[in-house]
Design a protein around this ligand. Structure first.
Ligand SMILES: [Fe+2]
Ligand SMILES: [Fe+2]
Length: 579
C-alpha cells in the first residue's frame, strides 16, 4: 500500500531529548559477560501512542529459540586505506565465542583475523545487541580475497558463511561505485519498509561496483521504537546479499538518531559500523577515504541542519521504555534535536581534509556524501536546508568539491554546477516576505557544449533518496506564477508545536520557498533508483572523467519491481582540480 508522508513527520513517530544511557561498549572478543536480555516492551500497547508505528503482527522477531553465536548481518567496510584494508562486520543473537574470520587470496595462503566485540543495550526495549568487527590489514591492492566468518558457538560452524571481496586498486585505475540512500527493510511490518528494498540491494549486485555509498536513513529503526534492534536486524540481513561482497560505506541520516541510545542517538549505528578514523572526539560520525585519485568524504549533516527530523514523540501518549532499561517515560512533544552537537569540530575537520586534498597533487576529484540536502525541490519531501548552505557550501566552493551525493528526499534530482549564492531571493512560505535562503547560483543552465560537465567550475548536487522505503517523494515543487521549479527551504528550526488534536504535537514543514534556478533534472516517474559512477583515468597527462548513469525503477511507486532502467547519463571531465 502506498503511504505518502514526509520523511520527517510520519504518523505517530517517536522521540526524546535525553541520551546518556546505554553507550556502546567495545571489548576484545569474548570478554564481555552477558546474555541476550529479553525484550521488555510489554508496556507499549496503549501506553506510548506508538502502537501504529511499531507493529508486532507478522514481524520477524530476534528471539530465536536458542540464540547463539551464528554470524548474520554480514557486511564490509573499507579500513583506513581501501587498497590494503577491509573490515568484516557482523552480529549474532547471543555473544559469540572466539568470533573470527579466515581469509586469503588463495587457499594456500589463509590467515585468521580475530574480531572485536561491540555490544549495547537498546535504551527503549532493553534488548542487548552483539556485533563483531574483524580488521584485515596489509592486503594486496586490486586483489580478490575469499573469507569465511565463524565462532565456536556458530551453528553453521561446519560450513560457515563465506564470500569474496576485492581491494581497491592503487593509483590511477578505472573503478565503479554506486549510491542511494533511504533503504529501509523488506519487512513491511516496520514503518517505511517496503519489498523494494530487497530489489534495491539486488540492483547494487547487478552493477558489481567496487563499493556502494549508502547515504543515510538506513532502516528507520527510530520510527519503530519498540523494535529498533529487530529493524536493524532485518536491514542487515537484507543488505548482506551485497554488503558481504563489497564495502557499503554509510553516512548518518536523521533516522539513525534514536532515543536513549547515546549522546546523539547513534549507538545502534556506531556499534554496527567500523569506519575510517577521523581523529576527533566523534569517531564514526564522519570520515574520508581515497580510492586512487578520488577523495570520498562522508559527513553527518545532522550536525548542521536546521530541520528537526529525528526521533520525536508526537503524542498524545508518552513513549514508555521497557522497565529493564531504567529509562523514564518520554513526554509528547519531545524531539531529539542535535544540531550543533560537534560544536564546529566536524566543519573544522572538513576544512582541514579539503586543505590537505588541495595540497595533494594526486587528488583529482572530491566526492562528498551526506544525508540531508542543500539543493532539493521535492514538494512532498523535506526540502533544502540553509544550515548546510551556511556551514559547508562555502567550503565546497573554496576547495572545488565536484559532487555532493545526498538522500533524505525519496526521489531523484540533479543540480547544475553551482558556485556562490544569491542573497534575498527567497520568500517566507506563509507571509511572502523576503527571506535570505542563500539561493545557490548555477554556473550554467544548459547542457554544456561538447556534452561534458566541468565541475572545476561548480559543484553538482544529486538527490539519490530512492533506495527502498515505502514512501516515494517524487512530486516536485513548481512556482505556479511561472511554471519554474520551486524549492522549499528550512531557514530556521522547526521544533515541535502543539498539534490540532489535544496533547499532540507536530513539526512544521520548511518555512521558506525559492525558485530552484539550480535544478537541472528531476524524475517525476518514480521515487526509486540507483546511481552508478564510473571513474576513468584517461590517458596519462590527459583528461580524467566520471560517467554518471542513473537507473530508475518505473512502476515501483505502485508495486515493487526488480526492473531498473536507464534514466539519464552525464559525463564529468577535467584536467586536474580547480585552484
Ligand atoms: Fe528517508
Ligand atoms: Fe532523512
Amino acid at each position: 500500500m502506498l503511504r505518502r508522508f514526509k520523511d520527517c513527520c510520519p504518523p505517530r513517530a517517536a522521540g526524546a531529548d535525553r541520551d546518556e544511557s546505554a553507550p556502546g561498549r567495545e571489548s576484545g572478543a569474548g570478554t564481555l559477560a552477558g546474555a541476550v536480555s529479553r525484550r521488555g516492551f510489554l508496556k507499549r500497547a496503549g501506553a506510548s501512542g506508538l502502537a501504529a508505528a511499531a507493529p508486532l503482527a507478522g514481524a520477524r522477531r530476534a528471539s530465536a529459540a536458542s540464540p547463539d553465536g551464528t554470524p548474520e548481518q554480514i557486511h564490509l567496510t573499507w579500513g583506513d586505506d581501501p587498497a590494503t584494508s577491509v573490515v568484516i562486520s557482523w552480529a549474532s543473537l547471543a555473544q559469540a565465542i572466539n568470533p573470527r574470520v579466515r581469509f586469503g587470496s588463495s587457499p594456500a595462503r589463509e590467515h585468521t583475523a580475530h574480531a572485536v566485540q561491540r555490544s549495547y543495550t537498546d535504551g527503549l526495549n532493553g534488548e542487548t545487541v552483539f556485533t563483531y568487527h574483524a580488521r584485515l590489514e596489509r592486503l594486496a591492492p586490486g586483489t580478490t580475497f575469499h573469507y569465511s566468518v565463524t565462532a565456536d558457538n556458530d551453528s553453521n560452524k561446519a560450513a560457515p558463511f563465506g564470500a569474496t571481496f576485492r581491494t581497491a586498486p592503487r593509483g590511477r585505475a578505472p573503478f565503479r561505485w554506486t549510491s542511494y540512500g533511504d533503504l529501509a527493510t523488506p519487512n513491511t511490518a516496520w514503518v517505511l519498509s517496503s519489498p523494494q528494498s530487497q530489489y534495491a540491494v539486488q540492483a547494487v549486485e547487478r552493477f558489481q561496483p567496487l563499493f556502494h555509498l549508502l547515504n543515510g536513513d538506513l532502516c528507520y529503526a527510530n520510527l519503530n521504537p519498540a523494535h529498533q534492534p529487530e529493524v536493524w536486524r532485518d536491514f542487515g540481513n537484507n543488505n548482506q546479499a551485497s554488503a558481504a561482497n563489497r564495502p557499503w560505506m554509510p553516512c548518518l541520516g536523521n533516522h539513525e538518531c534514536e532515543f536513549n541510545n547515546g549522546a546523539q542517538g547513534f549507538t545502534s549505528y556506531l556499534s554496527r559500523y567500523a569506519l575510517p578514523e577521523n581523529g576527533t572526539p566523534f569517531p564514526g560520525r564522519w570520515y574520508s577515504f581515497r580510492v586512487g585519485p578520488v577523495l570520498f568524504i562522508s559527513l553527518d549533516a545532522d550536525d548542521v541542519v536546521y530541520q528537526d527530523g529525528a526521533a520525536f514523540v508526537s503524542g498524545p501518549a508518552f513513549l514508555v521504555p521497557a522497565a529493564s532499561t531504567g529509562n523514564g517515560p518520554i513526554a509528547p512533544g519531545t524531539s531529539f534535536y542535535i544540531r550543533g552537537y560537534s560544536k564546529g569540530a566536524q566543519t573544522r575537520w572538513l576544512e582541514k581534509t579539503l586543505q590537505e586534498a588541495r595540497r595533494d597533487d594526486d587528488v583529482e576529484w572530491i566526492v562528498v556524501q551526506m544525508h540531508q540536502d542543500a539543493l532539493t525541490s521535492s514538494k512532498t519531501g523535506n526540502g533544502s536546508d540553509k544550515g548546510i548552505r551556511e556551514a559547508w557550501l562555502p567550503l565546497f566552493d573554496r576547495y572545488g568539491v565536484d559532487l555532493v551525493l545526498c538522500g533524505h528526499d525519496h526521489d531523484y534530482e540533479r543540480s547544475w554546477p553551482v558556485r556562490g549564492v544569491n542573497h534575498n531571493a527567497g520568500r517566507d512560505a506563509i507571509t511572502g516576505a523576503v527571506v535570505d535562503t542563500l539561493q545557490p547560483k548555477p554556473v550554467i543552465t544548459e547542457a554544456p557544449a561538447g556534452g561534458k560537465f566541468d565541475t572545476s567550475r561548480g559543484t553538482i548536487h544529486f538527490i539519490l533518496g530512492g533506495g527502498g522505503t515505502s514512501a516515494p517523494l517524487d512530486v516536485y515543487g513548481v512556482d505556479t506564477a511561472n511554471g519554474a521549479p520551486q524549492a522549499k527551504v528550512f531557514t530556521r528550526a522547526n521544533r515541535p508545536v502543539q498539534g490540532a488534536a489535544p496533547g499532540s504535537f507536530v513539526r512544521l514543514p520548511a518555512d521558506a520557498v525559492e525558485d530552484a534556478i539550480w535544478s537541472a533534472r528531476r524524475d517525476p516517474s518514480t521515487g526509486y533508483g540507483i546511481a552508478v559512477f564510473d571513474y576513468d583515468p584517461g590517458q596519462p597527462g590527459g583528461h580524467s572523467s566520471i560517467t554518471i548513469s542513473y537507473y530508475h525503477a518505473p512502476g515501483a511507486d505502485q508495486k515493487a519491481t526488480p526492473d531498473y532502467q536507464l534514466f539519464e547519463t552525464i559525463v564529468l571531465e577535467k584536467r586536474g582540480r580547480a585552484e
